[in-house]
Design a protein around this ligand. Structure first.
Ligand SMILES: NC(=O)c1ccc[n+]([C@@H]2O[C@H](COP(=O)([O-])OP(=O)(O)OC[C@H]3O[C@@H](n4cnc5c(N)ncnc54)[C@H](OP(=O)(O)O)[C@@H]3O)[C@@H](O)[C@H]2O)c1
Length: 243
């Protein structure tokens, strides 16, 4: 895939990992549509930052708690502003703690809608607008989706579903569209998590360190450029999933 001059949608692209992926795409000449939920100020600054790198950029707000409507809003806005979109990065997600006994229906539905149903219907709209042309999808999943541990039950099941979706759609959408996933480890503290608690996660992986958003962005570029790779889940975890 030639990245320079291509156009991408990055969901959850205003802040944190999604912002870094958008930055790396813009740096190699990809036009970027930044999807956001509520981070309008950060989305505006992302658009200005990416345009300063010499690409076209635009932003669109859509609430993934209403996944089908939101998916269509995002893809319609992106194609209207940037033309055909050949790259889709599904990064937007929520992460809430919960066990079987204390997960209520609202939390379950939030996770499934935002983390799983939205990427499914954004991918459907992305495929339709590609109209048989080639493209690539990268889903940002989580190592917990393949090696579940108790503590974030709805989150983990939603990410396990997104991993299954990645492998299934890689088969359905080939050869035109490659579909891969990245499973990050400890990259940034979760909402409400202290920096100290987060840094202690370094002891949980063989490399004894935490990662960075730029390492996820570099893995994204690798998957976009790798023409013989589809259905792959690339772990960027320091090996955390091995223990
Ligand atoms: N951080 C880590 O160490 C880590 C580890 C493993 C996996 N991951 C995965 O990597 C990805 C990025 O992680 P992150 O920590 O950078 O994510 P994040 O900051 O927790 O969330 C990314 C964005 O998702 C968007 N979002 C949430 N609810 C939404 C809704 N209802 N409608 C529309 N957008 C919504 C938010 O956009 P707004 O701010 O605009 O509302 C948010 O900024 C996620 O898929 C996450 O599960 C992260």
């Amino acid at each position: 895939m030639i990245l320079t001059g291509a156009s991408a949608i990055v969901t959850g692209g205003a802040v944190r990992i999604g912002r870094e992926i958008g930055r790396h795409l813009a740096q190699v000449g990809v036009n970027v549509c930044v999807h956001y939920g509520s981070s309008q100020t950060e989305a505006d600054s992302a658009v200005a930052e990416f345009e300063a790198l010499g690409v076209r950029a635009t932003s669109v707000s859509a609430n993934f708690a209403e996944p089908v409507t939101a998916a269509n809003q995002v893809v319609e806005h992106a194609t209207r502003e940037l033309g055909p979109i050949s790259i889709l990065i599904n990064s937007a997600a929520i992460f809430e703690s919960g066990t079987l006994s204390d997960t209520d229906e609202q939390s379950w539905d939030r996770h499934m809608n935002i983390n799983l149903k939205a990427p499914f219907f954004v991918t459907q709209a992305f495929q339709q607008q590609l109209n048989g042309q080639s493209g690539a999808v990268v889903n940002i999943v989580d190592w917990r989706g393949e090696k579940p541990v108790p503590g974030q039950v709805a989150y983990t099941i939603s990410k396990a579903g997104l991993i299954a979706q990645t492998k299934l759609l890689a088969q359905e959408l080939g050869p035109q569209i490659r579909v891969n996933g990245i499973a990050p480890g400890a990259i940034l503290p979760a909402p409400g998590e202290s920096e100290l608690d987060f840094q202690q996660k370094a002891s949980l992986n063989p490399l004894q360190t935490t990662g960075s958003p730029s390492q996820i962005a570099e893995a994204t570029l690798y998957l976009l450029l790798s023409e013989f790779v589809t259905g792959e889940i690339l772990h960027v975890t320091g090996g955390q999933q091995l223990s």
